[in-house]
Design a protein. Structure first.
Ligand code: GLY
Length: 587
């Protein structure tokens, strides 16, 4: 019904263009690169790094991590082994985004179709209180973003070890030692040097961070060799002794001692009490596909499902053919509706009641019912899902990586230390960049975090609670339960909206995953009420959105995504986002 009326509207007057004559954007017209077997391949600077093969595939944000995964595959490892090894390598070569001082969510599909969701999200210490970031009743966002109070108990090693033990094949130590070796030997910093330069002011407040990243107070260049011998030793010891060394041994001791001396609250007991939790994956339907996302404390799974549920009501393929701007408009409309729900309802489901009705198709129909083709409609607040009182979920930072193999193992994993270099602290003697994930809690109602996100009671701080995350590792399956694509991204709340657009482009618009990831994106997170667009978005689409009432603001780049697609002929296509210098590899 709604679908028909929308299509009727699209066949009426279209703002700024004539139906049927809309110029197809250049990225959509571009043919697929002719040759991309087995190695990273870029025809144009704006192309994703893409590679296809029939045995295995990987896409990460760093070439060394992707190459490590490939080595592990060649040594007989499965996609889980490859993902764990790549993840550890990212700790070394991409430590501003993620690492063993941070956390992650991983979705793993086994060859028998079973999907496991592993929650390695950071956790608040036992001494955390809802008002720990207030002074005289005033919020102090700086404290939740930088320094000792910002740090949550890291979950990365616990999650990786759980993945490796339960689902991997190669010995744990073999997966960590390549990363230890690169930490020891060093690597050319490349774009990491720019991130250090951009954060030099805050990093230099912490002597260990300054010593390692800004030696002698000098800002590094792309050609600087970064050696991290302490991190190498930490990784070697964890490789030999397992997660115990981190959570109940010298590392917990060193981090807790250092944080407490600096005014922090984490204790060795907080580390000893940490466990990576198994969650029940969130599965919803979209156009005959099963979309498997991560449940709370991720907000991503629920919101991708919400937005897709609203979009079910529209025939995006037809709309795109007639007027691409309308698809962007629809994306922005569903984004603000889902994000308004996020701010009110979502938090760690172990601590707060997150209604299952948020993904109820009837509820999503209601949320979408006032969407109009010709103009944006302000969203005043959250919706009221069915059975909100009784049915609950039960149980340019950050980075996403994905691996798969011909046996049927698939990994979609997003990991983070939160903002660049997390708390900006490196615990002396460990080489570990400590996260600032406490900033993902709502430090006070209505107070924005580093991503401009506001929250409510559901995401307030409590001892042992995990902060709400936007990380959205996603696996899409067909009606026969076979994988069609994986996707996920880095970039705070833009992760969620980026994942949505990648799925729609593949499923609705029939684009290959590398083009889907490379295409210009939009983002709306309800508050602030503005439509962010990437600056290379077609001018005609931009003015069409403005004429529909969107408060448009152009920005350089929205999130960094990685993905995989099953091409149907036994070929896997891996893609790494051109917005960062990631690498896709396959054989
Ligand atoms: N730290 C960003 C997120 O988890 O959403």
């Amino acid at each position: 019904m709604l679908r028909r009326s929308f299509l009727q509207q699209t066949t009426a007057a279209v703002v700024g263009t004539t139906l049927g004559s809309f110029a197809t954007p250049s990225w959509a017209k571009r043919p697929l690169p002719a040759e991309r077997h087995g190695r990273a391949h870029r025809l144009f600077p704006s192309d994703a790094s893409a590679a296809s093969g029939s045995k295995f595939a990987v896409a990460t944000v760093h070439e060394l991590a992707s190459r490590t995964a490939l080595d592990i595959f060649r040594a007989g490892g499965n996609a889980v082994d490859a993902a764990v090894a790549a993840s550890c390598m990212l700790s070394v070569v991409d430590g501003h985004n993620s690492g063993i001082g941070g956390g992650c969510f991983a979705l793993v599909r086994a060859p028998d179709g079973q999907i496991t969701a592993i929650d390695g999200r950071e956790q608040a210490g036992a001494a955390a209180t809802p008002d720990m970031f207030l002074r005289d009743g005033q919020p102090q966002p700086k404290w939740s973003q930088t320094g000792p109070l910002a740090v949550g108990v890291p979950g990365q090693i616990a999650a990786l070890q759980r993945m490796s033990k339960q689902l991997g094949r190669l010995p744990w130590r073999d997966l960590l030692l390549p990363a230890a070796e690169v930490a020891d030997r060093g690597f050319l910093m490349g774009r990491l040097a720019k991130v250090v330069a951009a954060n030099a002011g805050e990093l230099s407040q912490f002597p260990e961070s300054q010593r390692i990243l800004l030696p002698g107070g000098k800002v590094p260049t792309a050609k600087t060799l970064l050696r991290q011998p302490e991190l190498a030793e930490t990784l070697r010891q964890i490789a030999e002794q397992g997660g115990e060394y981190f959570y109940r041994g010298p590392i917990a001791q060193q981090i807790a001692t250092h944080l407490q001396a600096a005014g922090g609250i984490l204790t060795t007991d907080d580390f000893a009490g940490y466990e990576a939790k198994l969650r029940t994956p969130l599965t919803t339907q979209y156009r005959g596909h099963r979309v498997v996302g991560f449940p709370p404390p991720s907000s991503g799974g629920i919101h991708v499902a919400q937005m897709l549920g609203m979009l079910e009501l529209f025939d995006l393929r037809q709309v795109f053919q007639r007027d691409p701007a309308s698809v962007y408009h629809l994306w922005l409309e569903v984004m603000q509706r889902a994000m308004a729900d996020r701010a009110h309802w979502l938090g760690d489901a172990d601590y707060t009641q997150v209604p299952r009705g948020l993904v109820d198709p009837g509820y999503l129909f209601q949320l979408a019912a006032d969407i109009q083709y010709g103009q944006t409609r302000p969203v005043n607040g959250h919706g009221l899902p069915p059975e909100a009182e009784s049915q609950f979920f039960g149980d340019k930072h950050t980075t996403h990586l994905t691996t798969a193999d011909h046996e049927g193992w698939v990994v979609a994993m997003t990991q983070t230390v939160n903002t660049s270099f997390g708390s900006k602290m490196i615990a002396p003697g460990t080489g570990i960049v400590l996260n600032n994930e406490m900033d993902d809690f709502s430090i006070a109602p209505g107070v924005a975090n580093a991503f401009g996100l506001i929250g409510a009671q559901a995401n307030a701080i409590a001892p042992g609670k995990r902060p709400l995350s936007s990380m959205s590792p996603t696996i899409v399956l067909n009606a026969d339960n076979q994988p069609v694509l994986t996707c996920g991204a880095a970039g705070g709340p833009r992760i969620i909206t980026t994942t949505l657009q990648a799925i729609c482009r593949v499923v609705d618009l029939g684009q290959p995953i590398d083009q889907a990831i490379a295409a210009p994106r939009v983002h709306q997170q309800w508050r602030p009420a503005e439509a962010l667009i990437e600056s290379n978005l077609d001018e005609t689409i931009k003015s069409s959105l403005e004429q529909r009432g969107h408060q448009v603001r152009a920005t350089g780049s929205l999130a960094v995504a990685q993905g995989l697609q099953w091409l149907g002929d036994g070929q896997l296509l891996a893609a790494a986002d051109p917005r960062a210098s990631g690498t896709a590899l396959a054989e």
